[in-house]
Design a protein. Structure first.
Length: 381
């Protein structure tokens, strides 16, 4: 019988998970309140994560990364969401920007940008969502007009993870407004060199409140044409292909959050006394937790299988949509039930279950709302 943490892990992946767990528990968790107040983590936390090898673990070694597979990154994400130290924006940085650069970047672009990302010196973001667009990526209004050896970008983005602190932003733009989806391109913008680029508000969110999430504005921002990622007009295809990975990441966050919530609630109900005995001794409590544990285990088993398929390149878009929709729906159901068992204390933000509850709500919205997931699944039938 395997002694690894997950069906898709090995001793090396497990060791990284243990290292990440210690990092989040000792170096991130104690500062979560401050991160929430300032709406972003300290740059030092990024540098420390890079020093420990927790950033860009799946990026090849020749570009400064860990030289591992997606399993290594997934182990770090699981550790982060199990500990509840969710403020460090790893998903956008290691889970989105780095894979885009590895998959579509030129050799020069990879050498220029990936080492700094792995070290935590360069913070990455990807700017897709717009105020009027939401999940509809074909409706982009941000434009990039070619002018000699530069692109001139105009438009705005919102809900951008790491947007306030980002040094490097992959901007989804329309380079040919008449071509629809075939006119979408991805352009990498280095913020220090981007005149006309401004960061708007750091958004005040219901959950994940310590994560840097910002509005971005582009006013005749000139970016070298060499910063085009891949081919002009191929951006929509790149986005669609990478969404399989993104949606599986969200499912991993959800299963980690769900499992941790059940464990915390079991501990609490065994320690909390009511009507002369532990809350856990009441049949309703035990039965509720039995249902929650079953849902959590079924979700994790399904997601583990999806990870196994993804690691060998066999996870199709419909299955990724199923994973994202199912895991996040279960997350919402289970954590709501768990919070109820905490009674009034579950409503207090100093209790981790309340944070898990508010953090979980966005899971059914980002990376494509679950209603979109159901439509995509239905199209595959």
């Amino acid at each position: 019988m395997s002694t690894t943490l997950f069906s898709w892990s090995d001793p090396e992946v497990d060791a990284l998970h243990n290292l990440a767990t210690k990092f989040f528990e000792t170096e991130a968790q104690p500062n979560e309140e401050r991160y929430i107040e300032q709406k972003h983590v300290d740059r030092q936390l990024w540098l420390r994560a890079g020093e420990l090898g927790l950033l860009c673990a799946a990026v090849p070694e020749q570009y400064g990364g860990g030289g591992g597979t997606h399993a290594h990154d997934f182990a770090v994400y699981d550790a982060q969401f199990r500990t509840g130290a969710t403020s460090l924006g790893l998903a956008a940085h290691s889970g989105l920007v780095a894979p885009y650069l590895v998959a579509y970047g030129s050799e020069e672009q990879k050498q220029r940008w990936l080492p700094g990302m792995a070290e935590g010196k360069t913070i990455g973001a990807i700017a897709m969502t717009e105020p009027s667009g939401g999940s509809d990526l074909k409706a982009l209004r941000t434009t990039a007009r070619r002018d000699g050896d530069e692109y001139v970008i105009n438009g705005s983005k919102t809900f951008i993870s790491n947007g306030g602190m980002a040094d490097l932003i992959i901007v989804a733009t329309t380079t040919d407004p008449s071509a629809g989806a075939r006119g979408i391109s991805l352009i990498v913008m280095e913020t220090a060199k981007a005149h006309g680029f401004t960061v708007g508000r750091l958004l005040n969110k219901m959950g994940l409140r310590g994560q840097d999430t910002a509005e971005l504005f582009f006013d005749d921002v000139r970016v070298p044409a060499d910063n085009l990622l891949g081919e002009e007009g191929s951006g929509f295809g790149y986005l669609m292909k990478q969404l399989v990975h993104e949606r599986l990441m969200v499912a991993i966050f959800a299963t980690a959050n769900t499992g941790a919530a059940v464990d915390e609630t079991v501990r609490y109900t065994k320690e909390r006394t009511a009507f002369g005995g532990p809350l856990f001794d009441m049949q309703n409590t035990r039965f509720e937790l039995a249902k929650c544990k079953t849902l959590a285990e079924v979700a994790r088993t399904f997601i583990d299988r999806c990870v196994e398929r993804h690691l060998v390149g066999d996870l199709d878009p419909a299955s990724a949509s199923m994973a994202k929709a199912y895991a996040t729906d279960v997350e919402g159901q289970v954590i709501d039930r768990c919070l109820q068992l905490f009674g009034g204390y579950g409503y207090m933000l100093e209790y981790p279950i309340a944070r898990r509850y508010t953090d979980a709500r966005v899971s059914r919205i980002y990376a494509g709302a679950n209603e979109i997931m159901n439509e995509l699944i239905a199209r595959s039938l």
